[in-house]
Each structure stands twice: as C-alpha cells, then as structure tokens.
Design a protein around this ligand. Structure first.
Ligand SMILES: Nc1ncnc2c1ncn2[C@@H]1O[C@H](COP(=O)(O)OP(=O)(O)OP(=O)(O)O)[C@@H](O)[C@H]1O
Ligand SMILES: [Mg+2]
Length: 170
C-alpha cells in the first residue's frame, strides 16, 4: 500500500466549506467512503450538504444524528450518510446495516467514524474539521489505502492546492 497523502485547506464560511466539498463530487466512484471527524458543530454535515448538492441530490440533507443512516439518490449513484455519534458499541453496526451499506453501490459519508476506527474499510478518506477561530474551519484530508490515495490525488490536483506527502506511512 502506498503511503497516505495529506491535504489541508482553510475555509472562511459555511459556504466556503460547502464549495470545497462540492469540488470532490466529480471524482468519487461507487464504493468510496469518506469519514468525517471533528467536534460537535465543526462542519461535518455542512461538508456533506455541499457535496450532495454538487452530486445532484435534490433533497435537503439533514443531520442523521437520530436516524444513524439517511440515503439519498444522487445523479450517478446513491449517497449514504451515517452519523455514529449516538451509536454505543461497534456490535450495533451490523444492526444498522453498516457493512452492507459501505460495500454497496454508492458513496458513503460517516460522521464520527473514527469512534469505530476498527470498523472502517480498507480504504477511505479521512476528513478532520477543526475550528482555528470563529467562522473558520481547517479541513484536513488524509487518505487511507490505495483507492483513497488515488481519489485524493485527483481531487487535490484539480483544486490546485497544497498537496504534500505526509510523514507517516499508511
Ligand atoms: N467555515 C465554516 N465551515 C462550516 N461551518 C461553519 C463555518 N463557520 C461557521 N460554521 C457553522 O458551524 C456549524 C457546523 O454545523 P454542522 O451541523 O455541519 O456540524 P457537525 O460537525 O455536523 O456537528 P455534529 O457533530 O453535531 O453533527 C454550522 O452552524 C455552520 O453555520
Ligand atoms: Mg453533523
């Protein structure tokens, strides 16, 4: 497996975060998984909203905190949106259809996925949102595994921003 890549951008508004997310939409393939980490209110759902709009989802994306999983029809294939904040233990992932869903023919976003790091797939993009100051968000993207590395390369090259090899190998 190649080493992980890391890509960081700072956004200045909710719309900036949505626009950044929108630039990812053309590059995802069915089966891709994106894990979103960051504190409550960091902007994980905003990111999914921006992506979904550009991905051709017509419905309004709402937080799946209580539903755990919400499914949307995208232009090319489905979008699955998990929020694992309220999940108590990894054993419950089977009950909510987690494993079938991430293997299915869609793109999957997983808020709070790192709470269950062992359950994440072989390859995924890990996006961490931090709040350096009010209104701003630092969006750090790291690839885990080969497919995510390829996805991050095309995405980051396209948006012509900082792409650097991270020190740690994945
Ligand atoms: N630059 C920014 N990018 C994204 N959101 C921002 C930014 N600046 C301020 N915000 C605000 O931060 C909040 C982000 O809320 P959001 O629901 O996306 O967070 P979340 O990470 O999904 O939280 P939770 O863990 O509760 O699901 C929104 O109220 C949004 O308006
Ligand atoms: Mg959320």
């Amino acid at each position: 497996m190649g080493s992980g890549l890391c890509y960081t951008r700072t956004t200045n508004s909710p719309d900036g975060t949505k626009q950044l997310a929108a630039t990812l939409a053309p590059y995802v393939h069915a089966g891709d998984v994106i894990v979103l980490d960051g504190d409550l209110g960091a902007g994980k759902t905003q990111f999914v909203q921006g992506f979904a709009h550009a991905f051709g989802v017509l419905e309004q994306i709402v937080s799946p905190t209580f539903n755990l999983l919400l499914t949307y029809r995208g232009e090319r294939f489905p979008l699955y949106h998990f929020d694992l904040y309220r999940l108590e233990e990894a054993a419950q992932l089977e009950d909510i259809g987690f494993y079938e869903t991430i293997d299915a023919d869609g793109v999957t976003f997983i808020e709070w996925g790192s709470r269950f790091a062992d359950a994440m797939p072989y390859s995924y993009l890990r996006i961490t949102l931090n709040v350096p100051e009010e209104g701003k968000r630092q969006v750090s993207v790291r690839s885990v595994g080969d497919r995510a590395r390829q996805l991050l390369c095309v995405w980051a090259n396209d948006s012509k921003s900082r792409l650097m090899k991270s020190s740690g190998a994945e």
